[in-house]
Ligand binder design. Sequence first.
Ligand SMILES: NC(=O)c1ccc[n+]([C@@H]2O[C@H](COP(=O)([O-])OP(=O)(O)OC[C@H]3O[C@@H](n4cnc5c(N)ncnc54)[C@H](OP(=O)(O)O)[C@@H]3O)[C@@H](O)[C@H]2O)c1
Length: 164
Amino acid sequence: MNLIVAADKKWGIGKDGGLLAHLPADMKYFREHTEGKAVVMGRKTLESLPGKKGLPKRVNYVLTKNPDFKAERCIAVHTEDELWDAISRYDPENVWLIGGATLYNWFYNMCDRLYVTKMDADLGADTFITNFDEDPDFEIISESEPVTENGITYRFVVYEKKAG
Ligand SMILES: NC(=O)c1ccc[n+]([C@@H]2O[C@H](COP(=O)([O-])OP(=O)(O)OC[C@H]3O[C@@H](n4cnc5c(N)ncnc54)[C@H](OP(=O)(O)O)[C@@H]3O)[C@@H](O)[C@H]2O)c1
């Protein structure tokens, strides 16, 4: 499984249940990596998406404890075991963890690669993830040139779990 996230300089990822910034090139990067793949998200992230529907052109797995949960284009899973069972049928390269903070923080160390859009700004987040730079199990394997959109400069950074 891989993870994809956009984080500000304090590792903030959200505010008031939504994203911190609208970055069109980052949205394109997200689509290019996840279309045609399975994505895994928490119920709150699903509810932040347009129309509270799963993303098109992807198989959407939504983790929730609610046994009655239903949403368009989504497959609900209710426990971690149910989730691992569901995604074990895919090549791990084709499964993407897309949020939110609860899922990133619990499951990032089960991911092979972490695709982080690092925004060089403090965007006043109320939701944060682990600082991946401080996790000795991961190392940066690529970092793009900076991109600036809507007044925010950011880079596409990829971390990989160290061998062994
Ligand atoms: N910057 C980014 O790239 C990015 C990406 C995604 C999301 N976000 C942001 O992150 C924020 C949402 O994150 P969040 O941490 O509040 O919520 P979340 O992780 O999206 O969802 C949390 C929910 O997932 C379910 N869940 C979590 N662990 C579970 C488990 N072990 N078993 C069963 N269900 C489980 C629960 O749903 P129930 O309460 O239904 O049981 C829980 O309330 C929003 O601001 C969103 O915009 C940012």
